[in-house]
Structure formats: C-alpha cells, structure tokens
Write a new protein. Structure first.
Length: 82
C-alpha cells in the first residue's frame, strides 16, 4: 500500500498535544489506522516526534500515531490544517 503524503496539522493543535504530553494525562484518542479505518484508544501521550518528515504521537503503550491521522484527542476534534 502506498503511503499517503503527510499533511502538517494546525500549529495550535500541535501545542495542545504537547501540553497533554506534559501533563501525562490519560486521554481518549480517535484516529485512522494505516488502512483508513477509524480506531479508538485510551493512553498517555509520552512524546511527539518527527521521522522522515512525518510527525507522530508516541503513546505510553509504545504505539505511534501519525498526527494527520488524528480525528479527536481528549474530546477535541483536529481542526483543518494551516
């Protein structure tokens, strides 16, 4: 399957994700998996990082989610990117 080009998310939403990582709070996350299917999980955001020009959330469980695949985090929907 060909990987979709990464689309940067809103800078203000990125800042909110960083704040959640700092608080080490358990959050509800809705996102699209690599096949485009909606998924949900509850986890703690451990870090945000970039690899090969793609930004990710690293969760305490060890999972990682592309930021442009997020739907909602902690009840707040991902806004349109800038």
């Amino acid at each position: 399957m060909k990987k979709k080009t990464y689309v940067p998310i809103s800078c203000s939403y990125y800042d909110e994700l960083e704040a959640l990582a700092t608080f080490k709070k358990l959050v509800h996350i809705q996102y699209l998996d690599e096949q485009g299917a909606a998924q949900e999980t509850e986890d703690v955001i451990k870090d945000l990082f970039t690899k090969e020009k793609v930004e990710y959330l690293l969760l305490q469980s060890g999972s990682r989610i592309r930021l442009d695949h997020l739907i909602k985090v902690d009840g707040k929907a991902l806004p349109h990117h800038c």
